[in-house]
Design a protein around this ligand. Sequence first.
Ligand code: SF4
Length: 302
Amino acid sequence: MTKQEEIQKLKDEKDAVILAHYYVRPEVQEIADYVGDSYFLSKKAVGLPQRTIVFCGVSFMGESAKLLNPSKTVLMPDAEADCPMAHMVVRETIEKARAQYEDLAVVCYINSTAEIKSWSDVCVTSANAVQIVRNLPNQNILFIPDRNLAHYVAEQVPEKQFVLNEGYCPIHENMRAAEIQKLKKQHPSARVLAHPECSQEVLALADYIGSTSGIIQYAEESLDKEFIIGTESGVQYALQRARRDAVFYFPETEPVCTDMKRITLDKIIEVMKHGGNEVCMDNGQADEAAKQTLTKMLELAK
Ligand code: SF4
C-alpha cells in the first residue's frame, strides 16, 4: 500500500478530514481534502461533518480550528510546526495603546496565538483585513502582530489612524526588492504578484497585492503567461495546477517556510494511527475571548 492509500484508508476508518495550507509540501497538498489560505481554512473548519480534523499547517491554525470546533478532535502532524510571527507582540503594547486611545480597536491578524487573539477585539486575515478594518466603527486601530500587513491596510484605509507593532513574517520580510527587480529585468512581460506580508520595497514593485488565494485567483483569471511571485514558494503547486500554460518565477533566495515544510506524509500517518499531537484548549475565559475574535471575523467578512 502506498502512503497515499494508507492515508485514504485512515481517513475512512477514523472519520477524519485533512485540511492543508498552500505552503505545505506538494505531496501533502495532494492528499488533503481541502487546501487553502488561513481565511479559507478557518471558514472550512466550521461545520465539517467528520469527527477529526487533521490540520497540515502551523500551530495557530490548529488552535483556531479547535476554538471554532470545540467538540472535534484536532490533530497536528507536527507539534513543533509554529509560526514565529504568531508570537510577535507583547501584552504591554496593547495595554499602552488602549490607555492612549479611547475608541481603539485591537485588530489581530489570524497568524497569532490564541492568547494574543484573546487580548484583541477582532481577528482578520490578509484576504479580509481591508474590508473588516474599513467597516469598524473605531477611528484608531492597533494592528498586531504584522507591521507589513498593517502598513498595507493603513494605505488602503487612509481615513483611520493606525498604531503599528514591530512583528513580521521572516519569510516574507527576507524577500529582497533587488531580487524582484532582477527578475523583472529578465522577464519584462511578467506580472509581479505579492503578499502584503512583504516589505514596502517589494510591494512597491507589485502589479497585484493580495492574499495567497488572491494571488492564485489573479493568475488563474489573467491573460498573462509569466508571473513573478512574492510569497512562500509552496504556492507554486496550486499556481501550476491553476495555470498549466503559465510560468512562475520566485526570488533567487527561495522563500521557504521551514515550519510549514515540517509536515510530511509519514507524520500524517503517525498522528492518524495513534492520535498524537491533539490540540487541547481549556475552554476558559481566554479561549472564549479568542474564539469571539474569530467568530466576529467570520461574521464581519460575510
Ligand atoms: S510563512 Fe511566515 S507567516 Fe506564514 S507560517 Fe511561515 S513564518 Fe508564519
